[in-house]
Design a binder for this molecule. Structure first.
Ligand code: UT7
Length: 331
């Protein structure tokens, strides 16, 4: 829809908990080794939330940094969106908890559930509200405490996931302004939704002793099949973003993809025809942080002096569902 507005990033911030779980720590917990993890995933360590630290706390730290970067106060916000699969609790949503921790009240608060694609989904929701002129300043946070949903006896999943949060403040700009978000594309393929699940805790399998005995409160994943889907859907989403904006891959300065496995990122770069050096990789430090991974990688890219204002950025995500999405913007 063509309106007088588009959205752009006013500020960014991220937060990683202090505690670190290294590959050598994992060697003591399951039958694995540092070399296998590095070679098959690219991950070296992950950060884990401390006892008593919740998803909303990670959100708060990342948000405070994003507000500072945007030179705004929490009272300037019109809407809070949190992308997460690991909310503080099922109800109320974590966005309302964050609102309270920010010391504000009244504005709408919504959790977006699209697993590792959640941040791109939330970005798209924010963009629609800004384009229509409904809201001016929107906080989106991708945040997870995944280590509490992981079985540390399952070597295929426990080596992958970490905790963290990344926040963006999106604000309104003129449609004709040279910077801002040009497009978002969202997709989902529910027919392969069983490849990556957290079975218990919903209306289908409420918590019980049997759930705990069977370990249904942990994530379960068919990794090799997800890998195949991830490469194909992320490549397609990237191509869709460029085609709909009549842009060539050479015009993209940085690709900021969901950080699941460095081999997935290399493969996407190859299929998409973009040098590996143009892909931001943060998973060495963070592991897979699901909905937090894109804003964490983006923030790291900015802090390392790679991503600069005015550059063309392509964002690509995929996750459980299987959901996927992309976004193209000039930062
Ligand atoms: O955010 C979205 C969610 N998830 C993903 O994106 C995950 C996508 N998938 C992956 O990243 C990869 O499939 C994994 C990292 C999960 C697994 O790597 P892979 O190269 O696909 O390994 P594989 O499943 O084909 O297993 C190869 C071998 C197997 O042994 P055998 O059968 O060949 O003897 C596994 O049992 O590696 C073994 N293996 C391990 N060995 C040491 C599996 N996990 C481990 C481990 N340490 N942690």
């Amino acid at each position: 829809m063509r309106t007088p507005f588009r959205s752009k990033i006013a500020g960014i911030g991220s937060y990683l908990p202090k505690k670190i779980l290294s590959n050598s720590d994992l060697e003591k917990m399951v039958e694995t080794n540092d070399q296998w993890i590095r070679e098959r995933t690219g991950i070296e360590r992950r950060h884990l939330a401390a006892e008593g630290e919740y998803t909303s706390d990670l959100c708060l730290h990342a948000t405070e940094r994003a507000l500072q970067d945007a030179k705004m106060n929490s009272s300037d916000l019109d809407l809070i969106l949190i992308a997460t699969s690991t909310p503080d609790q099922v109800m109320p949503n974590t966005a309302t908890v964050l609102q309270h921790k920010l010391g504000i009240s009244g504005i709408p608060c919504l959790d977006v559930s699209a697993a590792c694609s959640g941040f791109v989904y939330a970005l798209s929701v924010a963009d629609q509200f800004i384009r229509t002129g409904t809201y001016k300043n929107i906080l989106i946070v991708g945040a997870e405490i995944l280590h509490r949903m992981v079985n540390y006896k399952d070597r295929e999943t426990c080596i992958l996931f970490g905790d963290g949060a990344g926040a963006w403040i999106m604000t309104q700009t003129d449609f004709d302004s040279p910077d801002g978000l040009f497009s978002t594309h969202l997709r989902a393929n529910g027919e392969v939704g069983d490849l990556f699940i957290l079975p218990a805790g919903g209306s289908k399998i409420p918590y019980s002793q049997e759930v705990l005995d069977k370990g249904q409160h942990y994530v379960m994943m068919k990794g090799r099949e997800i890998f195949r889907h991830a490469v194909r859907t992320m490549t397609e989403c990237c191509q869709l973003a460029l085609k709909s904006n009549s842009i060539q891959s050479e015009q993209v300065d940085w690709v900021v993809p969901h950080q699941a496995n460095v081999r997935i990122l290399d493969s996407v770069a190859e299929h998409f025809g973009i040098p590996k050096e143009k892909v931001i990789v943060s998973l060495r430090e963070t592991g897979n942080t699901s909905a937090a991974s894109i804003p964490l990688a983006f923030d790291m890219g900015v802090r390392e002096g790679k991503i600069k204002r005015g550059q063309m950025i392509l964002i690509a995500a995929f996750g459980a569902g299987l959901t996927s999405g992309s976004a193209l913007m000039r930062y």
